[in-house]
Design a protein around this ligand. Structure first.
Ligand code: LMR
Length: 393
């Protein structure tokens, strides 16, 4: 049966993780996969998570099935975190999913069920898994301009010119914050203009929120989503707790549809039935950790302080790398790194230069120059800056 089964290619992120793990060199530096690392290079379990887990282990009496949507306490807590009361609960249908990845996939399938001919517009630079997930769900995608290659900033005019062509059959995928891979986020004005474009075209926004809390803060990072949810009739959301709760392998995600009140039962039913078809019940443990933290003021305070220090460390790494690259290269070409936010920036390097960084210096980043700023520390910043200056010279 399987003689002709095609061998799937690995995506760049997973291939890089494997190559890094297999590299025997001592001083190798991993700036690839998007996980937070502390100054010592570890990805520790957060203190708030540890405490919530102890509480769950001590008090949980059953692990029997819940509903297809998952634990209502998790869904309510996430709704609060994401929407902050911007829209009434009566407009919100949500289900738990195994990670943000599955949330993206489920929303794409929901779109196909609703409008078989829909196109999802995705930013020209985006998470490498977006297009494959959308294609696997049987939906078309089409790029819109995002980063201006010469300035490294948002190509605002290009983006809005492309999105003006979207129609009411289309969906526009936007990164809620900490754009992956460019680190370029929309300003308050950009979100407001985006709302106007979506209002005019009738295209439905689909917000991928994978890094809430890593940009400017929990509320500021959700500002764009909340603005669109309050302004427009329909908004789709895929959220992840991998990074902001450090729950990566627990797979904690959420698929949400914000719709006019009479449609909520239809959307809740559709999302639950997609869960049933793909995996039935979402994983529970990670979501229970999240709701335990968010519903306990003392634990929530600990979690927020931990997240604040993670965000501050990544921002400091950005400043340090931009400074080091300015002095190493004698140019201000890399200054923009300090103005971008979240884990990633797209460095202006060629695929050959990235390969030379890997082969000659043991520095791993994605072939398009995507660099995980959380993977740097005080010792590696000068090493990385020096190596980049060498390979681009
Ligand atoms: C990344 O972009 O590196 C992370 O979101 C991990 C993943 O699943 O790709």
């Amino acid at each position: 049966m399987f003689e002709t089964l095609p061998q799937p290619g690995l995506d760049g992120i997973i291939a890089l993780m494997q190559a890094f793990a297999a590299d025997p060199r001592m001083g190798k530096i991993d700036l690839g996969v998007g996980v937070y690392r502390d100054e010592a290079g570890r990805t520790p379990v957060m203190q708030a998570v540890k405490q919530a887990e102890s509480h769950i282990v001590a008090t949980q009496e059953s692990k029997t099935y819940l509903s297809l949507a998952g634990d209502p306490a998790y869904l309510d807590a996430m709704e609060g975190l994401l929407l902050g009361g911007a829209v009434p609960q009566a407009r919100v249908a949500a289900v738990g999913t195994p990670g943000g990845t599955t949330a993206v996939r489920q929303i794409a399938e929901l779109i196909r069920r609703a409008r078989a001919d829909a196109t999802i517009w995705i930013s020209a630079q985006t998470w490498p898994n977006h297009a494959p997930l959308i294609a696997a769900a049987g939906v078309k995608s089409r790029p819109y301009r995002y980063q201006d290659a010469s300035s490294g900033m948002l190509d605002r005019d290009g983006m809005f010119a492309d999105l003006a062509q979207a129609t009411a059959d289309d969906v526009v995928l936007l990164h809620g914050c900490c754009h992956n891979p460019t680190g370029i986020d929309l300003s308050v004005q950009d979100w407001s203009d985006m709302g106007a474009v979506l209002d005019r075209t009738g295209a439905v926004p689909f917000i991928d929120m994978a890094y809430q809390g890593f940009g400017e803060g929990l509320n500021a990072d959700a500002g764009g989503l909340r603005h669109l949810a309050a302004r427009l009739p329909e908004v789709l959301v895929a959220a992840s707790c991998s990074k902001n709760f450090g729950l990566y392998r627990e797979r904690v995600g959420l698929a949400m549809a914000i719709v006019p009140e009479p449609q909520k039962p239809r959307l809740a039913g559709a999302l639950a039935s997609l869960n049933r078809q793909n995996f039935a019940f979402p994983p529970d443990h990670g979501g229970r950790v999240v709701s335990t933290i968010l519903n306990d003021p003392a634990l929530k305070h600990i979690w927020q302080s931990e997240l604040d220090s993670m965000r501050a460390r990544v921002a400091e790494n950005r400043r340090a790398l931009a400074d080091a690259l300015r002095s190493e290269t004698g140019t201000n070409r890399f200054d923009v790194i300090a103005r971008q936010q979240g884990m990633f920036s797209l460095l202006p390097v060629t695929a050959e230069q990235v390969e030379s960084l890997r082969a000659d210096h043991g520095i791993y980043m994605l072939s398009d120059g995507r660099t995980n700023m959380a993977g740097l520390n005080g010792q590696t910043v000068p090493v990385v800056a020096h190596a980049i200056a060498q390979v681009i010279a």
